[in-house]
Design a protein around this ligand. Structure first.
Ligand SMILES: [Cu+2]
Length: 318
């Protein structure tokens, strides 16, 4: 663990992903357009302030000359220009919020005052995050205590870590290197120390790192054990006396609910099903599952969710 980020804060850090480049472009163009919309107003204000200042023999007669053409122009032209940004920014927003389905999953757990990251193979690291270059990566973010926020300036990404919820961000870094990562939510006395480094590595470098980081167990395997020890398997097995839905093939599927609506089985849904089972009851089943809120710590929760996910989205039997 280190006490301050290795690299000094930068005003405009280099972009480590294509998406970061796109965000820079829209930001720069937006600044130019804003300047073009605002500058004429201020120039005209200054001109009038000089021309009509006290004691100046200017023509002050008030004329009501309306020119509908000019009025329409100054409303419609800026409107159309800003509308372009609506669609442009909307496209980037959608892209940023829809991780590709093949993305590699890493979990991030924020707590006072550190980030803990875990790789699919079970490798864990504190404050630093090692990822391979050119691979889409989805980070599932949770908090163990208060609201934190994972902020990686070089990727132009920031996402809140909210207790009791899973949030996510995804990225595909194109440039190897070391980049700062921070907590950007004032979260207590040592908030300033909640920072580390994102290492974007070559594929082979990442494999080597995984090896030396070691792991006794994959996340999903650890989750399987917890699934048994918390008693989930008592109900969620084909031959149990309680009728509970099979979790095999659940992940990513559309689940019909008791109230006639449907929901997609995402990480957040699986988590909610465990913490608040009465909120969304699966159609055809009785709401007999107890809530595990306050019983299962977040770290275990991430493993259990990884296990349920590992049961896959297509196979039919456990
Ligand atoms: Cu924090």
């Amino acid at each position: 663990m280190h006490f301050l980020p290795h690299y000094p804060a930068q005003l405009w850090p280099p972009a480590a992903s294509a998406m970061a480049g796109e965000i820079d472009t829209i930001f720069a163009v937006w600044c130019v357009v804003l300047f073009m919309l605002v500058a004429p107003v201020f120039v005209f204000m200054a001109y009038c302030a000089v021309k009509y200042r006290a004691g100046r023999p200017a023509d002050r007669e008030h004329r009501e000359a309306r020119n509908i053409r000019i009025e329409m122009t100054w409303m419609i032209v800026p409107f159309l220009i800003t509308l372009v940004f609506f669609f442009w920014a909307g496209t980037i927003y959608l892209q940023e919020n829809n991780p590709p389905p093949n993305a590699m999953e890493i979990t991030a757990l924020g707590r006072q005052w550190m980030w803990k990251f875990q790789h699919p193979g079970g490798q864990a690291e504190i404050n630093d995050l090692h990822v391979p270059v050119g691979v889409p990566i989805r980070v599932n973010i949770e908090s163990q205590d208060v609201v934190h926020s994972l902020y990686i300036p070089a990727l132009r990404l920031q996402e809140e870590a909210v207790p009791g919820r899973t949030t996510e961000l995804w990225f595909k870094a194109d440039r190897t290197g070391a980049y700062n990562l921070y907590c950007s939510e004032l979260c207590g006395a040592d908030h300033a120390l909640m920072a580390g480094t994102l290492y974007v590595m070559s594929a082979s470098g990442y494999q080597n790192w995984l090896k030396q980081a070691g792991a006794t167990q994959t996340l999903a395997a650890a989750g399987k054990q917890l699934f048994d020890s918390y008693g989930c398997s008592g109900c969620h097995t084909p031959n149990s006396t309680v009728r509970a839905p099979s979790l095999a093939g659940l992940y990513g599927q559309v689940v019909p609910l008791q109230d006639g609506t449907t929901v997609v089985a995402t990480d957040a849904y699986i988590r909610d099903s465990i913490l608040e089972p009465k909120k969304q009851v699966v159609a055809g089943f009785k709401p007999v599952m107890p809530s595990f809120a306050g019983t299962i710590p977040d770290e275990d929760m991430q493993k259990i969710v990884a296990y349920v996910e590992s049961l896959g989205g297509s196979q039919q039997t456990p």
